[in-house]
Design a binder for this molecule. Structure first.
Ligand code: BGC
Length: 926
């Protein structure tokens, strides 16, 4: 959870006798401030967005310390040549006195469909000295109105059986007689598409058009295909796959009553010739269709491909499609077509198998060395008709056999039948697997590792975070957290990438998001998800557990549906995104009001039966009787529902304040008060004991701030008592995200480190010691004797318990945004050393630039190196056991102090501006 709680609530409380560092800041050179890394709506040069007031972002660089922006000027033009101060035809902002370098909203000429815009920015520094104009950035608008679509939705006229649905292929030829100046394809489908023009694949996006709530939102993509068109005959070939749209597993939730639908395609190619004349080629009744080599394709089950059925050259103009069948135009509106305003899924990395294993049961298994998401590329030379089968699994069992039981019904199987006659290279298109091990069969000779390559595939969000320390197991844990994130961001943040789920479960998503946002640049990824949440939310405030709603119960669930408040608030806190808060505010309120309506009974809150359904899902020890509530969630679910109700209400209250809605702020403050009074009466004794006495109950109560100040110390001691009595962590998904924060917020840092660095079962490092390369779903997914938990709920690639990553950044490395000022404009560097850790190197690329916090303990000294981006300031909290701060080799004469209770050290406080600094203090280890 965003760590904006007690540990940071000191700013403003402490008398601010601030040292000003100007004295120490010697400009390295007279270098000019520079602007770089321009983004539009969080994206680099996006093509086809539909945000009519896009926001601009730039990063600033300077060799000088304490550098800030005092003004900026933006130019936007419709051609690169017009991008000058005199000619900019879309917008010239003029010189704006402002420090804003993020979320600067376009305020030029109204943007229209297809508008192509180049932009540049320059800034003035603290001395009023201007930068050069930045390099040009670009954005292009998509189709802003349904009327822009001249294309029709089409489907193949071939009749398929509902259960056997080979991938339909569509083609169209057209003639070009003149030079093309510009050509764009606008395309979407129900099901997934892959498109070629004149034999070449268009773009590098995968699994398009992505995973959305298809009933309401169909994303289209826009491709620049100017260089792909020829003078003369041209051909388009598009193949569709079932994807998330047409799938029996994903046919629950609001889809329960529906029959599987046919796959559909909509395509519009807009050509502008050199002479300015425009032409459109689009899907209509003239297209041809056929089936080909993809006989079966399914997100979960894999793909069956018979290369003997390849239609050689079908995406080229020379192909003869006389015997192909026609298509049907489908009456389906264009209102649901929306632009894609987030990063596509791409091939990210290739992994070669590290080992070939021959299992006791006789399987030949390739070990990729890493649990991953994506698929395998096959490169084989086999006789015609040879069928090669690849089965994907996450683990080998105790005896070393290939194990797939925990995949439940997901088959994760690729079957490729060779056409023969030479080397064949094949990759599946419309499926992905979560796997480390691949059981191969059908190879005529021994399989060689070079025949199979793992292709890691996920949303191409930028890697933002870095963490390394003196503890190699902890470093592996961090790597596992990074990998679990990669594996669970294939367009939607999922619970797992392998078994028959892979859905946007709100609980998993909100619990892991604080970590995810440190690791990677997730702003547009989550913004896209919120759009789906909005269309799934019902008028009464109901929010389903999975978004897009394809799985799970038809009632909302505490902790899961609360993603509706938590995610927008997180985007505001971490990115300073007020727009998303504004857009989501009513939705957030609706959810809180839903909870109120379903619980409020005068001064009490009694929950309607369903809302607290999952509770602290998969808490240890979860081998009790299986019931409707999953065994293990033994923290009273009413208590958890009350806590989350309080938490979400608090978020709405704070959001109201940010948005200047004082009336609501008062209203929700009063509601929070009422909830906390009830909570204290109902669950907390006067000595700070919470009933039920579980780690999760304490962790959430402390972390969400529901306890009155005089009870927090007692409650935190009870938490420690509980951990010591039990001897290890017992929290489920909910409690795990908060337990270390709850401890460190109350000075109980050593207890938190004991949990973090514990190597015994059950613990995070136990997973690492057992060879985990991602994060498991459960503490006991694999036990010390290498046996597994029950297969029906046992994934080895589940982000939720990886929520500790947030604590690594916020507390171990100490990188935080100011509790009052969002978006890392004002940074707090507050590392909490502890345990046996002796050094940490961490960094986080904020919207302003890179923030670095590196510390080591050496010869009774705490040495901290920080880097603070231009246009931001930072408050440094330097752990110390004795007074005196050395900054860049020179002593500071005085520093403020914060002395939190219980902590074995205190903090000396120094405020700084941008630049790189080295601090040192006395630090004697006990
Ligand atoms: C998922 C979880 C999810 C849960 C709901 C499971 O099957 O994998 O991670 O949150 O259902 O409790």
């Amino acid at each position: 959870m965003e760590n904006m709680k007690t540990q940071l609530s000191y700013i403003g409380l402490i008398g601010k006798l601030i040292f000003f560092i100007l004295f120490f800041s010697h400009p390295v050179s007279n270098g000019q401030i520079q602007t770089n890394n321009l983004l539009t709506e969080y994206l680099k040069n996006p093509v086809g967005i539909d945000i009519t007031h896009p926001r601009f972002y730039w990063k600033l660089y300077s060799e000088q310390q304490n550098q800030v922006q005092t003004a900026y000027q933006i130019l936007v033009a419709s051609t690169p040549a017009l991008l000058t101060e005199k000619k900019a035809d879309m917008w010239n902002s003029g010189k704006i006195e402002s420090a804003n370098s993020i979320h600067v909203e376009y305020a030029g000429k109204a943007l229209q469909s297809r508008d192509a815009c180049w932009w540049t920015v320059r800034v003035w520094d603290k001395n009023g000295k201007p930068s050069k104009w930045s390099k040009q950035a670009y954005f292009e608008m998509g189709l802003l109105s349904p009327e822009d679509w001249k294309a029709e939705w089409i489907k193949t006229s071939i009749n398929f059986d509902e259960y056997s649905y080979p991938s339909p292929m569509f083609r169209k030829e057209f003639y070009i007689g003149k030079n093309v100046r510009k050509a764009r394809v606008y395309i979407s489908s129900l099901g997934l598409y892959e498109m070629k023009i004149n034999g070449k694949r268009v773009g590098d996006y995968l699994l398009t058009p992505g995973f959305t709530s298809y009933d309401y939102r169909n994303q289209y993509q826009v491709y620049d295909v100017t260089s792909m068109l020829n003078i003369g005959n041209n051909a388009i070939g598009i193949i569709l796959g079932n994807g998330w749209y047409r799938n029996f597993n994903l046919n629950r939730g609001n889809m329960a009553e529906k029959k599987l639908q046919d796959l559909m395609l909509i395509f519009q190619l807009e050509i502008v010739y050199d002479n300015g004349i425009k032409e459109i080629v689009c899907t209509d009744s003239d297209w041809k269709s056929a089936t080909g080599p993809i006989l079966m394709t399914s997100i979960y089950d894999g793909e069956t491909y018979d290369a003997r059925l390849d239609k050689e050259g079908w995406t080229s103009a020379e192909f003869n499609d006389n015997i192909w069948q026609g298509v049907e135009v489908v009456k389906r509106g264009k209102e649901t077509l929306v632009a894609t305003n987030n990063e596509p899924v791409r091939r990210i990395k290739e992994i070669k198998p590290v080992k070939v294993i021959y299992t006791p049961e006789g399987d030949t298994v390739l070990d990729m060395g890493q649990n991953m998401v994506g698929w395998c590329r096959l490169r084989v030379n086999c006789p015609r008709g040879t069928t090669i089968t690849l089965r994907h699994g996450e683990v080998l069992d105790k005896l070393g056999n290939f194990y797939t039981e925990s995949l439940r019904t997901a088959k994760q199987t690729i079957s490729y039948t060779c056409k023969g006659g030479g080397v064949e290279v094949y990759e599946p298109r419309f499926t992905f697997q979560g796997f480390r091990y691949v059981a191969v069969s059908g190879f005529p000779d021994n399989v060689m590792p070079e025949m199979v390559t793992g292709i890691v595939v996920h949303s191409d969000t930028e890697s933002n975070g870095h963490f390394n320390s003196s503890d190699s197991l902890l470093n592996r844990l961090y790597s596992n957290i990074s990998w679990v994130q990669r594996c669970n961001m294939v367009d939607v943040a999922t619970d797992c990438p392998q078994r028959d789920e892979r859905c946007g479960w709100g609980g998993d998503l909100q619990l892991f998001a604080p970590t995810a946002i440190y690791n990677r640049f997730m702003a547009s990824f989550y913004t896209k998800w919120l759009k789906d949440l909005n269309v799934e939310q019902e008028a009464n405030g109901f929010i389903p557990c999975t978004v897009p709603f394809r799985m799970g119960p038809v009632f909302p669930v505490t902790g899961w549906s609360d993603a509706a408040t938590i995610i927008p608030w997180l985007l505001y806190r971490r990115y300073g995104d007020t727009r998303i808060l504004k857009e989501q505010y009513q939705r957030m309120k609706d959810w809180v009001e839903y909870m109120r309506r379903n619980s409020e009974k005068g001064e009490r809150f009694e929950w309607s039966q369903n809302i607290q359904y999952y509770g602290d899902w998969l808490a240890f020890k979860s081998d009790g009787p299986r019931g409707r509530r999953y065994a293990g969630s033994y923290t009273d679910t009413d208590l958890l529902a009350t806590l989350y109700f309080y938490h979400s209400t608090g978020i709405v209250q704070k959001s109201a304040l940010v948005l200047g809605n004082e009336k609501d702020a008062l209203e929700y403050l009063a509601l929070q008060d009422k909830i906390s009074n009830f909570f204290l009466r109902e669950y907390v004794t006067s000595t700070g004991r919470i009933s039920p006495n579980t780690q999760t109950a304490y962790a959430l109560a402390l972390s969400f701030g529901i306890l009155k100040e005089d009870l927090t110390e007692a409650a935190s001691n009870k938490l420690v008592e509980n951990i010591r009595n039990v001897g290890h962590i017992t929290t489920g998904l909910m409690g795990t995200a908060e337990i270390c924060h709850a401890l460190s917020d109350h000075g109980l840092i050593e207890e938190a480190y004991r949990l973090l660095l514990c190597k015994d079962y059950p613990s995070w490092l136990f997973m690492v010691r057992m060879g985990g390369t991602t994060i498991w779903e459960r503490w006991d997914s694999m036990r010390p004797d290498s046996t597994f938990q029950l297969p029906h709920m046992n994934s080895f690639n589940h982000p939720a318990l990886g929520s500790i990553g947030n604590w690594l950044y916020t507390t171990v490395a100490g990188i935080n945004t100011d509790p009052e000022i969002p978006g890392f404009k004002s940074i707090v560097i507050k590392p909490f050393p502890g345990g046996t850790l002796r050094s940490v190197e961490a960094s986080y690329k904020s919207l302003y630039g890179n923030i670095r916090s590196e510390w080591k303990i050496e010869e009774n000294r705490f040495k901290l190196t920080v880097e603070i981006p231009v246009n931001t300031t930072a408050t440094i909290f330097l752990p110390s056991t004795g007074d005196g701060v050395i900054l860049n080799g020179k002593p500071l004469t005085k520093a403020d102090k914060e002395e939190p209770k219980n902590l074995p050290y205190y903090f000396q406080i120094v405020e700084i501006g941008s630049g790189a600094y080295e601090f040192e203090s006395t630090y004697v280890l006990n």
